[in-house]
Design a protein around this ligand. Structure first.
Ligand code: GLN
Length: 297
């Protein structure tokens, strides 16, 4: 926006009203709150503190930043790419358009992984993550389980650069190893039978549905979303080869689409996984599939 177009906004409250109007006609109700989110990010304050400052005057620099960031949002850029951060499991991860923006459902996948490791009493778990993206799963697991070792794979070198920055940000570089690979392609034979767990949030949206996603979502890497004609194009080979890399008591944990439970269960059965479970997300949609190498005891 050029200075001549800049609106007359002096206080935090005026900025919010202006911002909400910019995002008006919400075809997406969270838009209005996104003006708050952006302003809080600029002012480095919590959303609950914003209203205490409603009368405060904005500095010239903060005003310019706010107008600029709001303009990007109006042009359908996701807020996380504008601020460069997204909170996942209580930590602010670095994100950019080369990585999928972490979703709350995926926190549930991490929860399942932590619960499993604790229940089994695995002291120093060895975890393989396929398709790490921003690294939010691998880095969170490493942080929550300081004795774990995690090998995190991605096909995108740009994504791996973001993931490494996140590993550094949360001081987990020593227990996460990043590997540039298409699925298991570059995992040498020394890793066979090695892992207590394979975890993944693979692309699982069908190509047809991908084309109907909101413009904001389509700003995210297609590689991380489009799972081919039936959305299972990556899940199939991921499951097929998982056994080779899992230890005899290993477990496979996958995020999937809400309508894929039957198909994913079948794929796990065909590949001789046992104790298959489907877990629902916060919206009561089937979201996570779990399968174990061991039969019931
Ligand atoms: N849950 C994502 C979405 O809302 C899909 C993520 C994925 O394909 N792994 O689009």
């Amino acid at each position: 926006m050029s200075p001549t177009e800049a609106p007359v906004v002096e206080t935090v409250g005026e900025a919010l009203v202006w911002g909400e109007n910019q995002l008006g006609l919400p075809h997406h109700s969270s838009y209005v709150n996104e003006a708050h989110e952006i302003l809080c990010w600029i002012l480095k304050i919590k959303p609950t503190d914003l209203f205490l400052r409603i009368q405060n005057r904005l500095t010239a620099r903060d005003k310019i930043r706010f107008f600029d960031m709001m303009n990007r949002r109006v042009r359908q850029e996701p807020v996380a790419y504008i601020t460069g951060e997204k909170n996942f499991f209580g930590r602010d991860f670095i994100v950019d358009p080369s990585v999928l923006i972490p979703r709350p459902e995926t926190e549930l996948l991490v929860d399942q992984a932590l619960t499993h490791v604790r229940k089994r009493g695995i002291e120093a778990p060895r975890v393989l993550e396929i398709g790490t993206g921003s690294g939010c799963i691998a880095v969170t697991l490493a942080h929550e389980m300081p004795r774990a070792h995690i090998v995190a794979i991605d096909i995108s070198e740009e994504a791996l650069r973001v993931a490494s920055r996140n590993a550094a940000r949360f001081k987990t570089e020593s227990n996460v190893t990043f590997l540039h690979s298409d699925l298991y392609g570059k995992l040498g034979p020394e890793w066979e039978g090695d892992f207590d767990m394979i975890i993944s949030n693979p692309p699982y949206v069908s190509t047809e549905v991908y084309h109907t996603l909101e413009a904001e979502v389509r700003r995210e890497p297609r590689l991380a979303l489009d799972g081919g004609p039936d959305g299972l194009g990556l899940i199939r080979p991921l499951v097929q080869h998982a056994k080779r890399y899992l230890s005899p008591s290993g477990i496979l944990l996958l995020e999937m689409g809400y309508d894929q439970a039957l198909s994913v269960r079948r794929i796990l059965e065909e590949n001789h996984f046992f104790q298959i479970e489907i877990i629902k997300d916060y919206a009561q949609h089937d979201r996570i599939a779990k399968g174990e190498m061991n039969g019931p005891v």
